[in-house]
Design a protein around this ligand. Sequence first.
Ligand code: IVH
Length: 677
Amino acid sequence: MAQIPEQVGKEYDQLKDELNRHNYSYYVLDEPTIPDSEYDRCMRRLQEIEQQYPELLSPDSPSQRVGGAALPSFSQVTHDVPMLSLDNAFSEEELEAFDRRIGERLNLKADQKIEYVCEPKLDGVAVSLLYRDGLLVRGATRGDGKVGEDITANVRTIKSIPLKLRGEGIPPLLEVRGEIYLPRAGFEKINAAAIAQGDKVFVNPRNAAAGSLRQLDSKITASRPLEMCAYSVGQFQGGLSEPDSHRNMLKLLGEWGFKINRYVEVVQGIAACESYYEQMQQRRDQLPYDIDGIVYKVNNLALQQRLGFVAKAPRWAIARKFPAQEEITQLLDVEFQVGRTGAITPVARLAPVFVGGVTVSNATLHNGDEIARLGLCIGDSVIIRRAGDVIPQVAAVVLEKRPPDARPIVFPENCPVCQSPVRRVEGEAVARCSGGLFCGAQSKEAIKHFASRKAMDIDGLGDKLVELLVDKGLIYSVADLYELRADKIADLERMGEKSAQNLIDSIAASKHTTLAKFLFALGIREVGEATGQTLARNFGSLEAIIDADIDRLQEVDDIGPVVAYHIRDFFRNPDNLAIVNALRESGVSWDDVDISAQDSQPLKGQTWVLTGTMEIMSRAEAKDKLQELGAKVAGSVSAKTTQVVAGPGAGSKLTKAQSLDIPVMDEEQFIAFLNRL
Ligand code: IVH
């Protein structure tokens, strides 16, 4: 065996410490400390040393997080202290009854409030983690509460689970319990990858977390962005005396390196528990992970002990569930809608069902592949999922409930609106109507988009009115808008002379715009607001864009081959050019952008986030202003954010900015900042 030089041993320990410290900051505290490149360099050096001196390799080495050889099966683990479940309260009354029972058992006076810890009930998989002398030696599932499965190799790959505990006073034997879960973004990512591979998708993040932990090949688990939050202790032996309260226990676990949910709160009395529930229910949609309720626990551990257990659940804790984010309902029919770009979208018509706080009777099915992937038939019972502020999804079919008269869904070969053939470009999931602006559906959507606030901003020209104008044959394309006359439209339903004149006035008022808005308004595929801005800034005039070839377009940052192709394609089409010319002849105009001023764009390269309410200027104005100055305006805070502007009511984005040390200003400071530029 090669003698290990002292220097190498020391370097190895330092690398291990540094990587573990970084892991902790990144995955537990959400506060990156060193750049990824530096992390990768340390990891490579660590692995190099481990290869050369395999005897150095220890179980707490961060290199172990990538997963190892696949197991033939999981072995069984008996829990020394059973893993219990929780009783549920389904209403405020049941929660109050829980509080009363505790008061009675503890012989409290009627006005004495019990101290509770309120915690989000994370929707994942329970886990038990055993540490001996601060080293992770075993990870196990709950199983039936008495016997679970040994998933040590898998839990080692989860970056927020410490392989070695940090800090002081670690007991020789410690069993920590918590929830392993998959944040929603990770769930979407795994499912997108599964779809790309033609694999089955997971119905929800909980199933995905469970499926990821059930892998015999820990390398697969390592590839899933699982997280873990600790919420209790199973065994605590030797070392320091145990803390006196549940909250202090969680605090200690936090100090030892576990992630603790940031919304854990201590409150006095059951009324405060109820307002915590309301508050978290409001926040639920914005959280990056699923929670399915709130868990209330008596804070004082001595009182917990006095209260003890009934059957399989403690008397000192209870779960209050939120309304379900998944429900079963029936697929009544599928209709096909035609969008602005001709994309044909199947829409599920459902028997109305209350899910995630709203009644859902429609859900998008995206495209034909999605229907095939779900194996969906009309008449099927389906699981509808509505989590976060995401639109409702058909997550799965309940095959056992398929009725004998279920009918297959036939994707139309002709556009349901204009009867033109439906085409599907190879390699694309979307089928499109080939009718272009000849298709009433496409021209309607194109006009609605053109008139919308962020485009030409034609006040008073809403979706319904556009449909009416097209149906009555008063307009066919956006160019016709500027030729409309008040006397022609005054006779329309609910119109009258005054409203007709108002509409004509606001159409006229929209004529003066910016090049960026005009480009966006044209509805070129893949050209959103930001791309409109980029094009205007880089080319300065519409002529320059029309003249640019694909290569020239792609020279611009943020414009890739697909976007370039669509821009080129749009301006090559004579019908489109005719519309653009007609619009300009009707007086649609803008000031060309001075492209020489580009280098002086003071916020170029910066990313800003606006959150909370803006009280002086509108959010749209603030966004326009920032984009004019060269900044990107993003919807979420990350390590890449330069600056956050937070108004009243700012929530998770503000908290995240604070935790990442990103500078925050309020609206007044923002306006002062703009004035200084
Ligand atoms: S405490 C004896 N706290 O909910 C108390 N459980 O049946 C044991 N869960 O499968 C659980 N978040 O995995 C507790 N903050 C939390 C929790 C939580 C999620 C899960 C737990 C268990 C189920 C309760």
